[in-house]
Design a protein around this ligand. Structure first.
Ligand code: CMC
Length: 380
């Protein structure tokens, strides 16, 4: 019998390679992130979410005609079936991530490709879900406030339409650009917990809606997507840059974590953070609320000693303040992460299907053996 002494355990599957991917490359030591071989810095500054989603799904940057066609398909898919809006009404008092999970699961029942797990059908479903995620989040936001959802625009970009559905006002070009950048930066990130979860589900040959629904559940926790919500709360508690050092000291003294710092893979600064940092700086000046940027930078300063241990800012650190300054409530921060991540989940599910294998690791048993079965009447 194999004993636990013979086994090398990899808790949290840390450092374990479990498959191959041609989608996203990450070098955690150097802080490098590429989608399909393109630097995240080029994509964040020169591309759009629509173009990046196409790139992730199909492997190459689109031609003008391909992008127009892809964009039209995204726009076509923005409206939700009435039955799904009814489901949102029923669960409206739950956290937006729970509502999103429930609504995406319900969408499976109304998708014409529901029973088709071919690569082509999975892409079609992924494109529809990319648009539907945005509508679900904003429709729920309106419904829970007793208002009618704003009908999605047929003309605005994905990012501008997302903000438009918040209150029916078209965002400025600069605001929409920053939201677009945020979606580009969140579009995929290798084998993170939610993508791995989606792959595990796809590994059983279950469908995309099932895989993505499970991915949403994995993303909802504070160790993964939930940190942006907590960062904003932290910034509000700090209240003034002068309080940041003491706040961080108290937090670490209580052996708690500073949200928006640290990463399982990056031991250098998360390359996505740079673009959001610039966004916070610009937006907080534009909105006449420079203190938020100053508070965040004061936290970064206080965390400098931890950089030696590989603990740097991650993508969630600056994102929350951007959403806050755009008037988005805190409990929508994680759903926004999910809205950006649909192309990544979709392409990873497709990669899984293409060389499918059941993902079924082992556990080291540490319980007892050979216990005597005692009938219930004789148990003390
Ligand atoms: N604040 C303070 N200490 C930290 C932090 C932090 N944010 N992150 C890690 N550490 C310390 C941790 O206490 C531990 O110290 P020790 O060895 O003395 O016990 C050491 O660093 C290693 O921590 P770990 O939990 O083993 O490392 P991990 O690679 O499993 O952690 C993490 C990754 C993201 C769960 C963790 O850094 C964390 O909890 N960060 C805060 C939450 C957060 O910002 N999450 C968003 C992640 S980025 C978005 C995404 O891609 O999902």
């Amino acid at each position: 019998m194999t004993t636990s002494d013979d086994i090398q355990l990899h808790r949290g599957l840390q450092g374990v390679y479990f498959d191959r991917t041609a989608t996203t490359f990450i070098d955690g030591k150097e802080g490098v992130l590429e989608y399909r071989g393109y630097s995240i810095h080029d994509l964040a500054t020169r591309s759009t979410f629509e173009e990046t989603a196409y790139l992730l799904l199909y492997g190459n940057l689109p031609t003008k005609a391909q992008l127009e066609d892809f964009d039209a398909r995204l726009k076509d898919a923005r409206e939700l079936p009435d039955q799904v809006l009814d489901v949102i009404h029923i669960v409206k008092d739950s956290h937006p991530m729970d509502v999103l999970r429930t609504a995406v699961s319900a969408l499976a029942s109304f998708d014409k490709d529901r029973a088709d797990n071919s690569v082509e059908a999975t892409y079609r479903k992924g494109i529809r879900l990319t648009s539907q995620f945005a509508t679900i989040v904003m429709a729920h936001h309106r419904i829970r406030a007793g208002k009618d959802p704003i009908k999605p625009s047929k003309t605005l970009s994905h990012a501008a339409n997302f903000l438009y559905m918040l209150d029916g006002k078209e965002p400025t070009a600069a605001t929409a650009d920053l939201m677009d950048k945020d979606f580009v930066l969140h579009a995929d990130h290798g084998s993170n917990a939610s993508a791995f979860t989606a792959r595990v589900v796809a590994g059983t040959s279950a469908d995309l809606h099932g895989a993505v629904t499970a991915g949403i559940a994995a993303l909802s926790g504070p160790s993964h997507g939930g940190a942006a919500e907590n960062v904003m709360q932290m910034a509000q508690e700090i209240g003034d840059p002068a309080n940041a050092a003491q706040y961080v000291k108290d937090l670490l003294g209580a052996r708690k974590r500073v949200m928006g710092f640290g990463h399982r893979v990056y031991k250098a600064e998360d390359p996505r953070a740079r673009h959001l940092r610039e966004g916070v700086l610009k937006l907080s000046e534009e909105k006449g609320e420079p203190k938020w940027y100053a508070i965040l930078e004061a936290v970064v300063e206080a965390m400098k000693p931890y950089a030696r241990r590989g603990i740097h800012v991650n993508v969630d650190f600056f994102a929350g303040v951007i959403y806050y300054l755009n008037g988005i409530p805190q409990d929508l921060f994680v759903p926004i992460f999910a809205v950006g991540r649909v192309p990544g989940w979709t392409v990873q599910v497709v990669e899984q299907y293409e060389h499918n294998i059941l993902i079924r690791p082992l556990l080291v048993y540490t319980g007892e053996h050979n216990r005597e079965y005692i009938p219930i009447a004789d148990r003390g």
